[in-house]
Design a protein around this ligand. Sequence first.
Ligand SMILES: *Cc1c(COP(=O)(O)O)cnc(C)c1O
Length: 241
Amino acid sequence: DMADLEAKLKEARAAGARNIIIATDGAFSMDGYIGKIDQIRALADQYQALIMVDDCHATGFLGDKGKGSFAHCGVEVDFVTGTFGKALGGAMGGFICARSSVVELLKQRARPYLFSNALAPAVCGSSLEAIRIAAGEEGDKLRAQLFANAARFRSAMAAAGFDLLPGEHPIIPVMLGDAKLAQDMAARLLELGVYVIGFSFPVVPRGQARIRTQMSAAHTFEQIDAAVAAFTQAGKELGVI
Ligand SMILES: *Cc1c(COP(=O)(O)O)cnc(C)c1O
């Protein structure tokens, strides 16, 4: 809500704030909505604010070379946090990117960095390799496959009559409304060989229960089509479509 953000920035400036940071998700995990980082950038410039983006659901596949949501929106930001545990291949840990003065400060002040064990060398090694793959030509191929899979699932599910949230992110929520229906649907889909999770309140607003599907570059078109067929069967059985 850019109007609300601008009101908050005005309020902070009027109150004499020395520094202002706008914090946002780069992609919102329950909806698959991509943050309006370009519009946020424009407001940040206007009100001299810094921007922090949590890019856990964008690192590796959104934007040029999979840099993230800000690259997808064609702008730069001040701080990016990301995880090694999602698109980069299911390892653990994560990272913060920022200008070197900020990184130096965090090395002195960031609690997990100071007081926790470091990542295991094998995790660092595999994560570095995953970043190398994501940033290269192989990454471009995987991203093309990922977005082709997302487009295929999205159009087939819409044609089958399902209510999807609009967007282009490979997180594609299938809206069901009722919490029990979402659980029953997920259980039936598991019986049909498709593993999906139903989400309901308080993870999403009341009455907006859904099954959040996530496409992968590792899926084949055959598998995407099989998933749509299973959704269609379960959806008919449960009166969703
Ligand atoms: C998954 C996620 C995290 C946590 O990442 P971990 O590497 O599992 O700690 C943080 N923020 C967002 C928005 C996420 O989706």
